[in-house]
Write a protein that binds this ligand. Structure first.
Ligand SMILES: [Cu+2]
Length: 614
């Protein structure tokens, strides 16, 4: 599933790479007179470098017309290309194979890099250089290994000096799908790594070809083949003595170049550890996409990344539009005198505003979760089934109940396993008033992604002083929506919210509350928000605060106010009287919280609801 713009680019890139490779392979075998090892070199490099491989091939190596290959390839820059192709084809193949295997094994990034270097070097030296080049170089296999060691070492070092930091920074960057070989992005990073590695290895290859330390491009016209355009004595390879590898480089020059190559390698492998945490592995964080602007340094633990990561759009099981509301009252079924509620968690796509959706964690496919409404004295059972991609629990905020039913993960219970785990919460409601339930496992992530709902408990004996003509619940939440992905909003760098909802909607998609002049409206403010305090204000005159955190205030303690600071976890029950006709607002008084992505639409956004008084 393609979830980011880069994914579409990569599909195009790899389609081009496939077409490029097919063209080079076809043209090499059909039209180009050179040894098989170079044909394979160009084919592999084009697979990794896509259209750039074709570019190098036609500019430096493809015979312009029959019989011209020998002269066409003579320029030193072309010989350098040939030599680098040769190195990159072998080394990169080893590196890519090693990267795919180490990622699958879940090894930390720093071990990855070392294994990749060793494998790339071994592949290049023992297979591509010494084995495939044997007929070019003459001599025995082990003579070739000895002769190729230093040139291969220099070229490999410079290549890895470019490829290693490219891989490190991109794999451990914001989109860590790049660490997973099952993701297109992993292969995209490998391709870019090869391109950068080619560029950093190229200058040393030019120097080595010039000084007879490495082969560049070659022509091979086997007698009797279609490439046999010359006279017989000019055709064929070089049966003895290879290409006359006489080095013009002095030992001092060689030592200096090799030394610098080693230094470049060390910098490329080690320096990135200043910025990214190389102790992490694909298994720790692979696949996580981090919010833009998040501080990612070398100390940041995998757990922090997982908690702040985007909801994976591939986990979404259902998609809801503006026609579906949250906070819908859930009817219990009775089981031997117990009121039984069923709550199911899942990942859904939820519309908070026309054209704006979030990927959310939800109870029963709604944000907020269903309204659990029962009576003081009721025996309650709540079956929580977990279909999230992670463990969860539920806490019944403010209730007096047995400790084992309280919900904190690893403290009073083992978390409910992902992919279908079940936990039965059962208790008797001894209190009454406005309460909430919410996740108590990785709350910072799960509650911020939507795992919360209202619990309304009617008093055993009705209290007319708490009643009003109308009731409205206000469940608050913040969202972080960037680049089409939903991240849990937190008061943390890069995780600050940009959308705000009341009952799962941002103004102007929030409800309108119709009432008549002289009628009363009971608003239950519920601090279901995860990390932000909202000073909630009602226009059109003061309200009376009648209950705080579910506790009814005695009549002497009730007070008039027009703003209450609703902190996470708090509840305020207030009764407001419609004194004048018109449109009266309920809104948060942090002005930024009444915008959508910092845009004001139709007079506001976010935490705003209109009371329509007629
Ligand atoms: Cu606010």
């Amino acid at each position: 599933m393609l979830i980011r713009p880069i994914d579409y680019f990569l599909v195009v890139w790899f389609a081009l790479a496939a077409a490029s490779t097919a063209y080079v392979a076809w043209d090499q075998y059909r039209n180009n007179p050179e040894p098989a090892v170079m044909k394979w070199g160009f084919i592999l490099v084009t697979l990794y470098m896509g259209p750039l491989g074709v570019l190098l091939y036609v500019l430096a190596d493809k015979e312009p017309s029959p019989g011209e290959h020998e002269t066409f390839i003579q320029a030193l820059w072309k010989q350098g290309v040939g030599s680098t192709i040769h190195c990159v084809a072998g080394d990169a193949t080893g590196i890519i194979l090693a990267a795919a295997i180490t990622a699958t094994l879940g090894l930390p990034m720093w071990i990855d890099l070392i294994v990749e270097y060793a494998t790339g070097f071994a592949f290049g030296l023992f297979i591509f250089q010494s084995l495939f080049m044997k007929s070019m170089m003459g001599g025995t296999y082990w003579q070739n290994v000895r002769r190729s060691f230093l040139p291969e070492f220099i070229s490999m070092n410079f290549m890895m000096a470019g490829m290693a930091p490219t891989m490190t920074f991109l794999m451990m960057g914001r989109d860590m799908r790049a660490m997973e070989p099952t993701e297109l992005l992993f292969w995209g990073v490998m391709s870019l790594g090869v391109i950068v590695g080619f560029s950093t290895a190229y200058p040393s290859n030019v120097w080595m070809v010039k000084n007879g330390l490495k082969h560049g491009l070659m022509t091979e016209r086997k007698f009797g083949t279609r490439f046999d355009v010359r006279h017989e004595h000019q055709a064929g390879g070089h049966p003895e003595g290879g290409h006359g590898m006489k080095s013009g480089a002095t030992p001092a020059q060689l030592a200096a170049v090799a030394g610098v190559s080693l230094f470049a390698l060390a910098v490329g492998m080690i320096a990135p550890a200043n910025w990214v945490n190389l102790r992490l592995s694909a298994r720790d964080v692979g696949g996580a996409i981090m919010p833009p602007g998040m501080t990612m340094d070398r100390d940041i633990p995998a757990e922090a990344m997982i908690d702040m990561a985007a909801v994976n759009p591939r986990d979404v099981t259902n998609d809801f539009g503006l026609d579906v509301r949250g906070n819908r009252e859930l009817a219990p079924h009775m089981d031997a005198g117990v009121k039984v509620f069923d709550l199911d968690t899942a990942v859904i796509r939820w519309t908070i505003l026309r054209g704006v959706t979030v990927d959310a964690y939800a109870f029963n496919g709604q944000i907020p979760g269903p309204r659990l409404h029962f009576r003081q004295g009721d025996r309650i059972r709540i079956n929580v089934r977990n279909h999230l991609p992670e463990n969860t629990t539920v806490h019944w905020h403010g209730l007096i109940l047995p400790n084992i039913m309280d919900g904190p993960a690893h403290i009073t219970q083992e978390p409910i396993p992902r992919d279908g785990g079940l936990y039965r919460y059962e208790f008797t409601a001894v209190q009454s008033g406005t309460y909430l339930y919410h996740s108590h496992d990785h709350i910072d992530r799960q509650q911020a992604l939507g795992l919360y709902g209202a619990m309304i408990i009617d008093p055993a004996a009705p209290d007319p002083s708490l009643e009003a003509d109308h009731e409205y619940d206000v469940l608050l939440q913040e969202w972080l929506l960037r680049e089409g992905l939903t991240f849990p909003a937190m008061p943390m760098d890069g995780a600050q919210p940009n959308y705000f909802t009341i009952n799962g909607r941002a103004y102007p998609a929030t409800d309108r509350i119709p009432i008549k002049v002289g009628e009363t409206l009971k608003v239950r403010f519920i601090g279901s928000s995860n990390g932000f305090i909202h000073p909630m204000h009602i226009h059109g005159g003061p309200f009376q605060v009648v209950a705080i955190d579910g506790n009814t205030l005695p009549s002497t303690s009730r007070y008039q106010a027009d703003t209450v600071n609703v902190a996470p976890g708090q509840r305020y029950d207030v009764i407001w009287t419609a004194r004048q006709p018109g449109k009266w607002l309920i809104h948060c008084h942090i002005a930024h919280h009444t915008t959508n992505n910092n845009v004001e639409t139709n007079g506001g956004g976010g935490l705003m609801v209109v009371i329509d008084v007629t």
